[in-house]
Ligand binder design. Structure first.
Ligand code: 1DF
Ligand code: MN
Length: 358
């Protein structure tokens, strides 16, 4: 990194005259150490997880223009990132550890990488306080340690939420062993961003066979299911103030609200599944009450307006998904949404400020 030490308040955000700041809320980074570790595991054939090999193998191989573009930018927390933000008119990024992050690693490595990633990110946020905010990375493999790291991230590092890259080696957060993570986040009033990763071995087969395991669709299938498992298992009955942020316009769940409610009620009534017990509200009610969705990778007016309609206008906020979908023209698309100036300001700025406590 080339930027000088010390904060740089002299570098202005590009918000000139627009009436709102553009805050992008699902923006990725990776410390070089994690990339080295990933490459090493691939070279040594240390993991045979098909999702890891598909995702990290592709980007770490950097054999295509896209992979090289993404990989360079993931590792930069300085001038290149700022220049890309300036060029796209992004005032602030809320930055988080990219998938799969720590969650494919052995517990010791995972906790060490989480701490290192958090220290690096905090340093960059201190250097560019007007441009960068961060989410706390954790190693869910050790839920008690993860809860402590959430506290450290919130209290000592000044972070504004927690990043979890979906499942951890095929395990899901509805498992009570993970609930110390939710307990910590709820107690601090800080949101959990549930971000996609490659589907686990038990799910990836037919997706991978067709090249559909990644961001094109497989991510959404897996992560949408994860959100549903959190809802139907009753997590939000235990943690009613827990805030969950979900990218890609809620991983398609808003489109399913009607059928989710109908079939959930039918399933509960029939007592068909041990795991599907009564919960206090309809699935759609938790999605409107505990969940916010971001527009990462979904710069599409009909879908954005639909989500605003069915979830509520205050539930939908802007994200770019840098550097995976660095498409400056998509910013203009969202500036042109059929919204009032106040609504547009909420969409790009104030909802993010409220949810993340920026
Ligand atoms: C991709 C997309 C990769 C997203 C990501 O992290 C990611 C991709 C590894 O295109 O391979 O965060 N995304 O959120 O859409
Ligand atoms: Mn993403």
């Amino acid at each position: 990194m080339t930027e000088p030490a010390g904060a740089d308040p002299g570098r202005p955000a590009p918000s000139g005259g627009r009436g709102y700041l553009r805050i992008a809320t699902e923006e990725a980074f990776a410390p070089p150490e994690l990339i080295t570790l990933g490459r090493d595991r691939i070279d040594k054939r240390a993991y045979d997880d098909p999702g890891f090999l598909s995702l990290v193998g592709y980007y770490a191989g950097a054999r295509s223009e896209r992979a090289a573009f993404v990989f360079d930018r993931l590792q930069d927390l300085g001038e290149r990132r700022l220049a890309d933000m300036d060029a796209a008119g992004i005032d602030r990024q809320v930055i988080s550890l990219t998938a799969p992050g720590t969650q494919v690693l052995e517990p010791g490595d995972a906790a060490a990488i989480a701490a290192l990633a958090n220290d690096r990110l905090a340093e960059a946020c201190r250097r560019h306080p007007e441009r960068f905010s961060g989410l706390t990375a954790i190693a869910p493999q050790d839920p008690a340690g993860a809860a402590r790291e959430i506290e450290r991230g919130h209290r000592e590092l000044g972070f504004n939420g927690v990043i979890i890259n979906s499942h951890t080696k095929g395990e899901y957060l509805d498992d009570r062993k993970f609930w110390p993570i939710f307990e910590a986040a709820e107690a601090l009033g800080t949101p959990v961003y549930l971000h996609p990763t490659s589907p686990p071995r038990t799910m990836i087969g037919p997706l991978l066979e067709a090249g559909l395991d990644g961001a094109i669709y497989g991510f959404a299938v897996e992560t949408g299911m994860h959100v549903l498992r959190i809802i139907t298992s009753g997590v939000f009955d235990h943690f009613p103030a827990l805030k969950l942020v979900v990218g890609h316009l809620g991983e398609a769940l808003p489109f399913w609200l009607f059928r989710l409610d109908y079939m959930h009620a039918a399933g509960v009534k029939a007592g068909r599944y041990e795991a599907m017990r009564p919960i206090a509200a309809k699935p759609s009610e938790y999605l409107r009450r505990n969940v916010w969705v971001t527009t990462s990778g979904m710069a599409w007016e009909p879908a954005i307006m639909f989500c605003r309609q069915v979830l509520g206008p205050d539930r939908v906020l802007y994200a770019m998904d840098y550097p995976y979908q660095y498409a400056p023209d998509e910013v203009a698309t969202q500036d042109s949404l059929p919204l009032s100036p106040g609504e547009l300001k909420a969409f790009f700025q104030t909802t993010a400020e409220e949810v993340f406590g920026l």
